[in-house]
Design a protein around this ligand. Structure first.
Ligand code: F6P
Length: 387
């Protein structure tokens, strides 16, 4: 546990280690230093009101876009809590379950055979009531009424914003676990569900390559990601797609340049399959993009929107392991007083990160891969300028 806690210091701050400090004290010291560096008031909002206090009842919920591996995370939370003799309840349909007092008791027996299942046994939803003026205080009152000492939220940045809104009214501890296929959450290298979603997209793109090859066609394959190109970059690079279109690579969409690259490839290699992986973006229709490129290249372009397919399926091993690790870690950290933190993983080591910072910055795809893709694109661009 030592190594896990000091990891925050190693990754985000230069801190001083004092052998006289307990684990929890060292951990809080690291957070203070990190917050001071970020210009935040130290020791506000992230400590338990009663550090190392006894947690009798813990609630868990899954919120926002479901992600493969959420069930594995629920299982780990329930099993870890049970080891500490903590009672667990699961709220149904995200935060809505709190308002509707819709919950069920969860024991290790209830979660015994769910690790391999996609979706979430607790169901998921986005919750409008949490955005109402009185929503967070109402939710806190119900949590108090139900004697919930700690709340574990498995979800993405929207869910964590809900957690932050709840905090001023809630006397218990709150901890987040990153679960979203988008992998757009700061403070963790990967979120639960991302690896499975990439694999699912790859499986689909490989199949599209077969038919694209047979017809020597151009395909635009749209993947999810909300505002992030993480999924598009990973799926595009791993499927050796000819192009990737995502906000990080194309802040402005330049259709003539994309068409010129296609024409250049046709000139160099003759007619052949050509795949462009497109990250979904608000206001961007991949079908419309395919129509426009058909006109510009005088070649048939087809669009294939993978959509919610990417959210389903049995989680791959790495999502199961990540979910198990973070679920267990989250419960351990609650016991040491963690509050308003996300249990994430950086460099393979579990660590805590302030919940309110998880959605503050745009989390950019791996810089090494971004550079590789940019260089690929650049070399093609300079060649296609000649045609
Ligand atoms: O955040 C996960 C995600 O699947 C995004 O990739 C996507 O933009 C969004 O959710 C879709 O949301 P909904 O399920 O409400 O259509």
């Amino acid at each position: 546990m030592d190594a896990e806690i000091t990891q925050i210091g190693q990754h985000h701050t230069q801190t001083t280690e004092d052998p006289q400090r307990t684990h929890a004290e060292q951990h809080r010291h690291d957070l203070d230093v990190m917050h001071q560096k970020q210009g935040l008031q130290p020791r506000t909002g992230y400590l338990s009101r009663e550090p190392l206090s006894r947690i009798h009842r813990l609630a868990v919920l899954t919120s926002g876009g479901d992600a493969p591996g959420m069930n594995a995370a629920i299982k780990a939370v329930v099993d870890a809590a049970d080891l500490q003799h903590i009672d667990v309840i699961g709220f149904m349909h995200g935060f809505n379950g709190i308002f509707e007092r819709d919950y069920l008791p969860l024991t290790p027996r209830d979660v015994k055979h769910i690790i391999h299942r996609g979706g979430t046994i607790l169901k998921s939803a986005r919750c409008k009531t949490m955005l109402d003026t009185h929503g967070p205080s109402m939710a806190a009152a119900i949590l108090h009424e139900l004697s919930v000492d700690a709340l574990v939220i498995i979800g993405g940045d929207g869910s964590f914003r809900g957690a932050t809104a709840l905090a001023p009214y809630y006397q218990g501890q709150i901890i987040g676990i990153p679960g979203t296929i988008d992998n757009d959450i700061d403070g963790s290298d990967y979120s639960i569900g991302f690896a499975t979603a990439v694999d699912t997209a790859l499986d689909a793109i490989d199949k599209i390559r077969d038919t694209a090859d047979a017809f020597e066609r151009i395909f635009l394959v749209e993947v999810m990601g909300r505002h992030s190109g993480y999924l598009a970059m990973a799926a595009g690079i791993a499927s050796a797609a000819e192009q990737v279109i995502c906000p990080e690579l194309h802040p402005q969409l330049d259709l003539p340049a994309i068409a010129a690259e296609i024409r250049y490839a046709q000139q160099q290699n003759g007619k052949q399959s050509y795949i462009i992986v497109v990250a979904e973006q608000p206001g961007l229709s991949t079908t419309h993009l395919a129509d426009e490129l058909t006109k510009l290249t005088h070649t048939d372009c087809r669009a294939c929107v993978l959509g919610h397919l990417q959210r389903g399926g049995s989680p791959v091993f790495s999502d199961r392991i990540l979910a198990t690790k973070l679920g267990h870690f989250a419960v351990q950290q609650l016991l040491t007083g963690a509050h308003l933190m996300m249990a994430g993983e950086i460099g393979g080591v579990a660590g805590l990160y302030p919940l309110h910072l998880t959605g503050e910055r745009h989390k950019s795809p791996d810089p090494a891969l971004l550079l590789w893709q940019q260089q690929q694109q650049k070399s093609r661009d300079s060649s296609s300028e000649d045609i």
